[in-house]
Design a protein around this ligand. Structure first.
Ligand code: GSH
Length: 235
């Protein structure tokens, strides 16, 4: 039987914590969720959970305790990518068994961090042209198989790396939230929604949105809140 799991996360939306929550929802592991106020962190958090004082973090095993009084007997695990692989290892889900498929998953994750992550930062936060985001989406789209998820019919950590970015795109582009030139967000959104060249991307998004894990992790209200906080530079 799996031991107790406590996720230390934050109320505000961030891609890293969304990835870990998505992994937990996908694998249907039971866990206790505890939100850390990042503007006013509790004194116990760094010494007892994560010396780097960041979320997400997991406490695994040990007795069931009030999350604000973490037990020294639980293992504290940090770093979002480590956490996602830990969840995969605990459950035997999210990572294929076949070494070639595993390599494809890792290549996809690497490509997401080298394309869409930087493009998002450049356009949305630093005001570079929104075409950077469209180019990155095209590159990712070219890696997708003809149908299914990032590397085939199973939802894997490759999808977990990508989905939090895509979940933000709709809100950011449609509402013109971002440092990019005013009016270019909705135009890019229109292009993504209607251009034949983005058809595979649209099908992928529709498949992802149909999953319970997506619905549980990305409700509209929180996505808008995230966007507003980003724009106000509170994150
Ligand atoms: N490399 C870490 C980075 C974690 C991180 O930067 N977390 C942010 C939220 S997404 C945080 O806790 N920021 C609060 C702070 O730095 O004080 C990971 O991947 O988990």
């Amino acid at each position: 039987m799996t031991q107790q799991l406590t996720l230390y996360t934050a109320k505000v939306r961030t891609t890293l914590k969304d990835e870990v929550e998505l992994a937990l929802e996908e694998t249907k592991l039971e866990y206790t969720r505890f939100e850390i106020d990042l503007q006013n962190k509790p004194e116990w958090y760094a010494p007892l959970v994560n010396p780097a004082s960041k979320v997400p973090a997991l406490a695994y095993g040990g007795p069931v305790v009030d999350p604000s009084q973490p037990s020294p007997e639980s293992e504290k695990i940090t770093e979002s990518l480590v956490l996602i692989e830990f969840v995969a290892d605990l459950t035997g889900k999210l990572l294929p068994k076949d070494p070639v498929q595993r390599a494809k998953v890792r290549f996809f994750v690497d490509t997401v961090s080298n394309t869409i992550g930087p493009a998002f930062g450049a356009s949305v936060l630093r005001g570079e042209p929104v075409t950077k985001i469209l180019d990155a989406i095209e590159k990712i789209q070219n890696l997708l198989p003809a149908e299914g998820y990032a590397v085939g019919s199973d939802f894997t950590t490759a999808d977990i790396a990508l989905v939090p970015f895509l979940a933000r795109l709709e809100v950011v582009l449609k509402n013109d939230f971002g440092a990019f030139e005013e009016g270019t967000g909705p135009k890019a959104f229109e292009e993504l929604s209607s251009e034949p060249k983005f058809a595979r991307y649209r099908k992928y998004i529709a498949d992802v949105k149909a999953r319970d894990s997506y619905k549980k992790t990305f409700d509209e209200v929180m996505r808008i809140l995230f966007s507003c906080l980003k724009i106000l530079s509170l994150l």
